[in-house]
Unconditional design. Structure first.
Length: 230
């Protein structure tokens, strides 16, 4: 029960720190107030968003410790606790810490679950890819994003929003690595997926993908011309 309470409170502080909507913040503050014996107004006023996230991280770390002690270091409860803590650290801008926590969660996953295509695993791989991109490690990001893309395609098919988003992230990673042709191929898949999942040509995600397609196409053509001249 203690682990569940810490996890519950951490998630509420996370909501407060991320600043959802006004109604959501009021409800989150009310929950914390009930647990800590304070007024909802006091909870909302006493700390800034970053401090709420720090509180979420603190409680998340306690949840990890309790999960490991009660259920074992390789347990579903420990996996969930590490994933939650990774989200809190990511929201705080602590990308290296978040990445390490996600990698730890993946090692637990591999110990308790057959390492095969699964949306939960794919989401973690996608998160790692995005973290690597933000840390400036595009080549490492490509490995995680390619693996996530394969799993999402196998689970949800090519025409899904999560597949489209993953392919766009992969295109970005290839572009940063200087692989314009691969970036173009990935963005084409993203565009095709958005086309199949969105309504009308005015959807912003579809328009953004179309704009990136033009950029990647121009760069791929320039790259091909340079290669011919060599």
């Amino acid at each position: 029960f203690t682990m569940q309470l810490y996890s519950y409170m951490a998630d509420i502080y996370y909501q407060l720190g991320c600043g959802t909507n006004a109604w959501g913040l009021t409800r989150a503050a009310a929950r914390i107030a009930a647990l800590e014996g304070k007024s909802a107004a006091a909870v909302q006023d006493e700390t800034a968003g970053s401090e709420h996230l720090a509180k979420a991280s603190e409680l998340g770390k306690l949840s990890v410790i309790i999960a490991e002690r009660l259920h074992g270091v390789d347990s579903h409860e420990a996996f969930t606790a590490y994933i939650d803590l990774s989200s809190y650290e990511f929201a705080r801008g602590k990308l290296t810490e978040a990445m390490q926590l996600t990698l730890r969660a993946l090692s637990i996953w591999s110990a308790i679950t057959p390492f095969e295509a699964h949306p939960g695993l794919a989401k973690r791989l996608l998160s790692l890819g995005i973290m690597q991109l933000r840390l400036g490690s595009a080549e490492d990001a490509v490995d995680f994003l390619e693996a996530a893309s394969r799993d999402f395609e196998e689970t949800f098919g090519i025409a899904s929003a999560i597949t489209a988003d993953t392919q766009h992230q992969l295109a970005t990673a290839h572009y940063i690595c200087g692989s314009n042709r691969k970036a173009l191929e990935a963005e084409k898949k993203a565009y095709k997926a958005w086309k199949a999942t969105t309504e009308g040509n005015e959807d912003q995600r579809l328009r953004d993908s179309e704009a990136w397609l033009k950029v990647f196409t121009e760069n791929a053509v320039k790259e091909a011309k340079i290669r011919k001249q060599l």
